[in-house]
Ligand binder design. Structure first.
Ligand code: MN
Length: 170
């Protein structure tokens, strides 16, 4: 199966659970591969952001924004901070990159643009998210500080929190 360059779904959520963090979700092998990124992305290639691989999400999860009720997994406020598509750059098969612990991909989001790498640290669930030097890097710029609100609704975390919990039908 050769799907190099295929357009895939990309989401970056901002999630206030026990602590505030960001959740990167990339469509691969029929799932949304997910990483919790405590500090969120940086456009500065010198800044390596910890990205802890967490459970896959179903594709049907599809960029949720709202409030997960108390007692449910991930309880708290979720913002769709960014979304769009991405393409895998250096592997014909995403599984190979995941196994090797090295994924290079080009993001076309509302906020994030250009090439990023996810690099796994030896024998752990810990990866590093790093912006490539591709002409779209911004050294010293803090995108999470400068663009804090939802790419979907324009709402702040406080405004989303006020909308109240969303109970799934199932
Ligand atoms: Mn989360």
């Amino acid at each position: 199966m050769k799907d190099h360059g295929e357009e895939r779904r990309y989401y970056f959520q901002k999630h206030r659970a026990t602590t505030l963090h960001y959740d990167l979700r990339l469509e691969m092998v029929g799932m949304l591969k997910s990483w919790a990124v405590p500090k969120g992305p940086s456009l500065d290639p010198a800044v390596k952001r910890l990205a802890v691989m967490v459970e896959d999400h179903e594709l049907s999860y599809d960029g949720f924004e709202g409030v997960i009720p108390e007692g449910k997994y991930g309880a708290g406020t979720v913002m769709l901070w960014d979304y769009g598509t991405f393409r895998i750059l250096d592997n014909d098969e995403p599984m190979a990159g995941l196994k090797k612990g090295r994924l290079k991909f080009a993001v076309s989001g509302e906020k994030l643009r250009g090439t990023f790498s996810l690099v796994r640290m030896r024998d752990t669930k810990n990866w590093l998210l790093i912006k490539s030097r591709d002409g779209q890097e911004k050294p010293g710029y803090d995108i999470t500080e400068d663009m804090p609100d939802s790419a979907k609704s324009g709402k702040s975390m406080e405004e989303i929190a006020k909308t109240g919990p969303v109970f799934k039908k199932d």
